[in-house]
Design a protein around this ligand. Structure first.
Ligand code: ADP
Ligand code: MG
Length: 238
C-alpha cells in the first residue's frame, strides 16, 4: 500500500502552465525527494497529490485507484508543511488529536494513538503544553505527529525543516529516516537542501520549469547528471 502513479498530469493557473505533463511512479515504501528551483511547481504537484488543488489534465492514481475526484481525507495521504500550522490555543495533545476528533474517534482509542505518536516523536513530556512553549524542532514534530495518527499510506513533506537551524535540521533528518524505517510508508519530500536530498532519498526527482529534468538514485545523479541544470543542483559538474 502506498504506490503512487502520476500520469500525464498537467496544471494551468489561468493561462500559465505550471506543470507540463508530468509522469512519475513512486513505489510503495519509497523515500522520494523533489528538488528544483523556486517556482518550478514542486508545491503545486504535492498539493495536487494531496487533493488540495485540482488537476487540469491527467490522472493521480494511488494503489491502482484514480483519486482525482476524491477529497483529501479519502486519499490516505497526510501532508506536513514548512509552517507548522499548529493551533496556538490548543495543547500538543489536542493538536495531534485534531484529525482524529474530526473523524469522531472514540476517546480511548484516540488517546492511545496520540500517545503512541508522541512516544515515537519524543513528545511524551510535552503533551499538556501549548505550541508557544516549544522549540521549532518540537513544533515540527507535533505537525508530524498530527500526520502520523492518521496512519496515511503516503506522507507528503513540503520543505518541513527549512525554518529550523542547521543543528536541528540534522537531528530531524535522522528522526525522519527512523520514522520512515519504522512506518514503512511512502514518503515524498520537497527540499532545497542538497544535503537533505543526498542523505535522505532513495531516489531524487529534479524538477525544472514544470517538468522533470531527471530522476535517479542520489549517487547516480551526482556522478551522471543528465545535463548542466541537474549538475547545478545535485551533480558533480566537471
Ligand atoms: P515551488 O514549490 O517549486 O516553489 P509552486 O508550486 O509553489 O513552486 O509554484 C509554481 C508556480 O505556480 C509559480 O510560478 C507560482 O507563482 C504559481 N502559482 C502557485 N500557486 C498559484 C495560484 N494559486 N495561482 C496562480 N499561480 C500560482
Ligand atoms: Mg514550494
Amino acid at each position: 500500500m502506498g504506490q503512487l502513479n502520476i500520469n500525464r498530469v498537467q496544471k494551468f493557473f489561468g493561462q500559465f502552465e505550471v506543470l507540463k505533463s508530468v509522469d512519475l511512479e513512486v513505489r510503495e515504501g519509497e523515500f522520494v525527494v523533489f528538488v528544483g528551483p523556486s517556482g518550478c511547481g514542486k508545491s503545486t504537484l504535492l498539493r495536487m497529490i494531496a487533493g488540495l488543488e485540482d488537476t487540469t489534465r491527467g490522472d493521480i492514481v494511488i494503489d491502482g485507484v484514480r483519486v482525482n475526484d476524491l477529497p483529501p481525507v479519502r486519499r490516505g495521504i497526510a501532508m506536513v508543511f514548512q509552517s507548522y500550522a499548529l493551533y496556538p490555543h490548543m495543547t500538543v495533545f489536542e493538536n495531534i488529536a485534531f484529525p482524529l476528533r474530526v473523524e469522531g474517534m472514540e476517546e480511548g482509542k484516540l488517546r492511545q494513538k496520540v500517545e503512541d505518536a508522541a512516544r515515537i516523536l519524543h513528545l511524551e513530556q510535552r503533551l499538556e503544553q501549548k505550541p508557544g512553549m516549544l522549540s521549532g524542532g518540537q513544533r515540527q514534530r507535533v505537525a508530524i505527529g498530527r500526520a502520523i495518527v492518521r496512519e496515511p499510506k503516503i506522507f507528503l513533506f513540503d520543505e518541513p525543516l527549512s525554518n529550523l537551524d542547521a543543528a536541528l535540521r540534522a537531528d530531524m533528518r535522522i528522526e525522519l529516516a527512523k520514522l520512515h524505517k519504522r512506518l514503512k510508508a511512502t514518503m515524498i519530500y520537497v527540499t532545497h537542501d542538497q544535503v537533505e536530498a543526498m542523505t535522505m532519498a532513495d531516489r531524487i526527482v529534479v524538477m525544472n520549469a514544470g517538468g522533470i529534468a531527471q530522476t535517479g538514485a542520489p549517487l547516480e545523479l551526482y556522478h551522471k547528471p543528465a545535463n548542466l541544470f541537474v549538475a547545478g543542483f545535485i551533480g558533480n559538474p566537471k
